[in-house]
Write a protein that binds this ligand. Structure first.
Ligand code: NAD
Length: 294
């Protein structure tokens, strides 16, 4: 293996410490940053994500409202709950854990969140600001990826960044952020309609895999010395007691022989996502101003 393995846990710990310090300063002003995390149903992966978020909030000294709703909650009930939290000045951020049960429209729910409390940066107003380069929240996973690149001094200016996956939460915003003037990368966005994916990935100085397909990116798809960031978190069934293991979108062992830098799964991008969420909650609380969120 020749690649530098990027330690997402260490980078995330530094970010979480920064969020803890911002929280301390807010508390001196009488403001305790507060995030409401809403989970509908009992999807095991979602349960583990909301638990991890509550733990991170507690560690940062923030307040976490842990709202668990049954699978049979109606869209109208969820929208009414969101309206009441929008109006609650002691709550600075609202996060609805996705995916939602099929009978609830994600779009309607995301749009119902007041943009100033949309710490996931999924609301159309915040996505619009992101596209226009206006100040506002940055989406957590893409921001985490950029922070990992910055932490390793991996140059983006003039670099060719290839993003595999065009989801609204990872691929698309990452492509937009990398193309911003301050990062100045040339971006190729690949997806299921891309012909000859290896042709594109081999051109990448920075290759970001966010496709949700385990082992998609192999050694022979990577330019020598490229930075390879693996966003994928996929549950692959096995014979272990747990019944599965986590795998990224990159075939790590092979890719590490070609890449200059690589992120592991777990322990790469994943911890950054939650750390960036803490940063956004601190930002929301700072922007909401005075004591008790007034
Ligand atoms: P998604 O599942 O909504 O969409 C996947 C995208 O990848 C689609 O745009 C599709 O066009 C593209 N794609 C799929 N297979 C492809 C292929 N063979 N070739 C080219 N393009 C292909 O995407 P998502 O929600 O961004 O999730 C992607 C992965 O990232 C998943 O494994 C998810 O679990 C993981 N994820 C991780 C974090 C984190 O914090 N680490 C956060 C969000 C998502």
């Amino acid at each position: 293996m020749s690649a530098i393995v990027i330690d997402g846990k260490a980078a995330a710990a530094a970010l979480r410490e920064e969020a803890r310090q911002r929280t301390e300063r807010l508390k001196e002003r009488g403001v305790t940053p507060c995030l409401a995390v809403i989970l509908v149903g009992e999807d095991p992966a979602s349960l583990s994500y909301v638990t991890a978020k509550q733990k991170a909030l507690a560690a940062a000294g923030m307040e976490g409202r842990d709202i668990r709703l049954s699978e049979t909650t109606t869209e109208a009930q969820l929208l009414s709950l969101i309206a009441s939290i929008n109006a609650d000045k002691s709550v600075h951020g609202i996060l609805v854990q996705l995916p939602l049960p099929a009978h609830i429209r994600e779009e309607a729910v995301i749009t119902a969140i007041e943009p100033g409390k949309d710490v996931d940066c999924f609301h159309p107003v915040n996505v619009g600001k992101l596209l226009l380069g206006r100040p506002g929240f940055l989406p957590c996973t893409p921001h985490g990826v950029l922070d990992l690149l910055k932490g390793q001094n991996i140059p983006t200016k003039g670099a060719h960044a290839v993003v595999v996956g065009r989801s609204n939460i990872v691929g698309k915003p990452l492509a937009v952020l990398l193309a911003r003037r301050e990062l100045n990368a040339t971006v190729t966005l690949c997806h299921t309609g891309t012909k000859d994916l290896p042709f594109h990935t081999r051109q990448a100085d920075i290759l970001i895999a966010a496709a949700g397909t385990p082992g998609l990116i192999k050694k022979d798809m990577i330019k020598k010395g490229a930075a390879v960031i693996d966003v994928g978190v996929n549950r692959v069934a096995d014979t272990s007691a747990r019944g599965y293991h986590l795998a990224g979108d990159v075939d790590f062992d092979g890719a590490a022989e070609a890449a200059g830098w690589i992120t592991p799964v777990p322990g790469g991008v994943g911890p950054m996502t939650i750390a960036m969420l803490m940063r956004n909650v601190a930002q929301a609380a700072e922007e909401r101003g005075g004591a008790n969120g007034d």
